[in-house]
Design a protein around this ligand. Structure first.
Ligand SMILES: [Zn+2]
Length: 99
């Protein structure tokens, strides 16, 4: 999943599993760091960009966390909207039946 994470191709489910795993697995974190350095790092160096690899990677992981959090909030809102929708339909049905 590392190349797909770096190219931003992981879906929500895989992204959640990936960030969780990589933070608790030193081997995968090392692999991710190396691949990040090879990919991102070299292109930045070529551009003469003075950049902090460790910070860049941490920012990328934090971005992933933000995306996961946003996705969760959206899900809660969607579920709430659906629940409210069902409640509204039931209320209307009860009103129609009673009145
Ligand atoms: Zn691992």
């Amino acid at each position: 999943m590392i190349p797909r994470f770096l190219s931003g191709d992981l879906n929500y489910k895989n992204l959640t599993a990936f960030t969780k795993h990589v933070r608790s697995c030193p081997e995968c974190m090392e692999e991710l760091t190396i691949r990040y350095l090879v990919g991102e790092g070299i292109s930045r160096l070529e551009e003469g960009d003075n950049f902090d690899l460790q910070r860049g990677l941490e920012e990328k992981l934090e971005e992933a966390d933000d995306r996961i959090l946003l996705h969760r909030i959206m899900q809660v809102l969607i579920i709430s909207a659906e629940t409210l929708g069902v409640t509204a339909v039931v209320l209307i049905a009860v009103m129609v039946f009673v009145l």
